[in-house]
Design a protein around this ligand. Structure first.
Ligand SMILES: *Cc1c(COP(=O)(O)O)cnc(C)c1O
Length: 344
């Protein structure tokens, strides 16, 4: 008999909706409200974003990260521009060409990224390698925070990339599908790793944090957000019953709910990495700065874990990826580790 499949560590998308977001949906479900974002809950949610980031930013809610990334990149670039990013970047590897599609052809230029992070010198090199009309003009820099390899850029690192970007006329896009995991690990102000470091637009992840179908596109540079609402609508990304999305954001940003959930994922990823890292033959591949653990597991251990039902992927980062979320518990981690130990 085969074991029941256990998706606990397969992705932060396997974890469902957190109680606070669920309650917010419930609470928003009374009476009538204007549609398409003209309601008071949406106005309040956007205002809460402005307080959170301590600046007068422009906020839009879309349904997923691919839309957030590709629509925002399309506002930064014309079809003849290029976007510099890391070789593992989600915009390159996991969006089915949506950034190229929505920008009508902007080319993605890939930089080396040890530990998933871009180095300013590589950005500089790509930004200056060609200046002739035969090559698509570099116009944007896209960085992921936290990165696809579970590492996190420190405020100074974002600032360093920001400085190089500004010097070469690149706008900065931040793919923050796991922004809150990065933020809670850094213990700095949200502004310090975004607009104060030069970020022009942030795709701020709600879904992986525990919300239902939403990412926020936050424009710190308001010149870039002109007509963005039309872009969202045309792409089928304007929610008619917007209050259900806004109500969740309002709830999650208040009372540090975001921090509690992000911290849970990060703390348990740390616990998992510490325990696995002590087992013979296991190598933890990258610093565990957020909620991801990348581990090189002996084949025998991998097989034993899979035989016991654990599902996890090895399509990125050269090892097995184990994700923790708001829902992960210490006993989930301990059960996984016990099964790993049993295989040794
Ligand atoms: C999950 C993820 C996204 C968003 O993906 P969708 O499936 O489109 O919501 C974007 N960037 C990164 C780095 C991600 O991990």
């Amino acid at each position: 008999m085969s074991a029941e499949l256990k998706y606990h560590f397969a992705s932060d998308n396997t974890s469902g909706i957190c109680p606070e977001a669920w309650q917010a949906l419930e609470d928003a479900n009374s009476g009538y409200q204007p549609s398409y974002g003209a309601d008071s809950i949406t106005a309040e949610a956007c205002e809460t974003f402005r307080s959170f980031f301590e600046t007068d930013c422009d906020v839009y809610f879309v349904f997923n990260g691919t839309a957030a990334n590709s629509l925002s990149l399309a506002t930064l670039c014309q079809s003849y521009h290029s976007i510099i990013t890391a070789q593992e970047a989600h915009v390159e590897t996991d969006e089915c060409g949506a950034p190229e599609f929505f920008s009508h052809g902007s080319k993605i230029l890939l930089a080396r990224s040890p530990l998933g992070k871009l180095d300013p010198s590589d950005v500089e090199r790509l930004a200056t390698s060609r200046t002739d009309v035969h090559f698509p003009k570099p116009r944007a820099l896209s960085i992921s925070q936290s990165t696809e390899l579970g590492t996190v850029y420190r405020p100074g690192e974002v600032k360093g990339l920001g400085a190089v970007a500004k010097q070469h006329g690149l706008s900065i896009h931040m793919d923050g599908a796991r922004f809150f995991n990065a933020l809670t690990g850094l213990n700095c102000a949200p502004a310090d790793i975004t607009w104060r470091a030069g970020v022009d637009v942030l795709c701020c992840g709600g879904t992986k944090l525990g919300m239902a179908v939403t990412e926020a596109v936050v424009f710190f540079n308001k010149e870039l957000s002109q007509e963005f609402a039309y872009r969202c609508k045309q792409a089928g990304q304007l929610c008619s019953k917007m209050r259900f999305i806004s109500a969740q954001w309002l709830r999650i940003l208040r009372d540090d709910t975001w921090r509690r959930h992000a911290q849970n994922g990060n703390t348990l990823a740390r616990r998992l990495a510490d325990a696995l890292g002590h087992l013979p033959g296991v190598q933890i591949l990258y610093p565990v700065d957020a909620n991801a653990v990348f581990a090189k597991l002996p084949e025998k251990m991998k097989d034993a874990l899979k035989a016991r039902g654990w599902v996890f992927y090895s399509f990125i980062g050269g090892g097995s990826r184990l994700m923790c979320s708001w829902r992960t518990t210490e006993s989930d981690v301990d059960a996984f580790v016990a099964d790993a130990v049993a295989s040794v």
